[in-house]
Design a protein around this ligand. Structure first.
Ligand code: FE2
Length: 287
């Protein structure tokens, strides 16, 4: 089965959101959507998500799933907005509970913040499957970047979130709480054991030395041959040494604090105060 995949690139956060559609039919799923957020003003906008809404309406599609590959640390999810506009169930990996536990503490959330994943409609485990119309989706647990990262394989297309990036850029960082370069290496081997012709759609692109165009689609075969961090059969020792050294030099993503607080709630803002106003926190010296 070869689903139709439409990519929506957000240049502000270098995120690629995907709409995956039945080749013959109207069912679709949306993966890793973006709610625009201007940190300086604290203002949200739905321009990015509205492109997806318009595409769904123009093509008379039916949204069955709104999937998150993980709790993103660099952009806010538009899942609740898309659900309100288009319907569909919001799904993420069951290890979200670990993320909620960790960041519930860091953000000093009260007991009203449930750490059981109940903000989501579905929690996936490794080996689970789901359907988008006639298409079957298979779920792989691919931790490393975060403990809850999932890869969704729908027909011949694998949506790998932040595990592998384009072959010339490499792999995702592993230094967030609960991250592990050893685990990422193992997760990537799982992805690379899919057939060589499997299409891989990555969660971000930042261009790369010698490439001046954004790109987000590659294949398992290309990754095995060309990935600068893991291709040509690199060993786990080589990978871990390279990844950990590189991660030590990376700054925190610009939107990490708002992203985590919102995304751990399935894209909802924290509850409003008595006046109906909504606030996000800045924990000092915690990250
Ligand atoms: Fe991420």
């Amino acid at each position: 089965m070869t689903p139709i995949v439409k990519a929506f690139f957000d240049p502000d956060t270098n995120t690629v959101s995907y709409l995956v559609q039945e080749p013959e039919g109207t069912a679709c799923a949306i993966i890793d959507s973006v709610l625009d957020f201007d940190h300086a003003s604290g203002r949200t906008k739905t321009s990015s998500a509205d492109q997806i809404v318009a595409y769904v309406r123009d093509n008379e599609l039916r949204v069955e799933w709104i999937l998150e590959s993980h709790v993103h640390a660099d952009h806010l999810s538009a899942a609740p907005y898309l659900q309100q506009e288009l319907g569909g169930k919001i799904g993420i990996g069951e290890q979200i509970v670990t993320i909620q536990e960790t960041f519930g503490k860091i953000f000093n959330e009260g007991t009203e913040f449930q750490r059981d994943g109940s903000q989501f409609d579905a929690l996936f485990r490794d080996g689970d499957s789901f359907h988008v119309g006639q298409m079957r989706g298979d779920v792989l647990h691919t931790p490393g970047h975060t403990p809850a990262c999932m890869t969704y394989v729908i027909g011949d297309a694998a949506f790998v979130g932040d595990t592998l990036f384009m072959p010339d850029f490499g792999t995702a960082r592993c230094d967030f709480p609960g991250g592990s370069s050893e685990k990422l290496f193992e997760s990537i081997q799982k992805i690379l054991s899919l057939p060589d012709e499997t299409r891989i759609f990555v969660g971000h692109d930042y261009k790369a030395p010698g490439r001046d165009e954004f790109a987000w689609e590659t294949t398992v075969g290309e990754q095995k041959a060309l990935n600068v961090h893991i291709g040509q059969g690199k060993s786990i020792e080589e990978f871990v040494e390279m990844r950990d050294a590189r991660d030590a030099t990376l700054p925190m993503p610009r939107l990490i604090l708002p992203s985590l607080q919102v995304n751990m709630r399935a894209g909802q803002m924290p509850p409003a105060d008595e006046q109906g106003d909504v606030f996000l926190k800045v924990p000092i010296n915690k990250l």
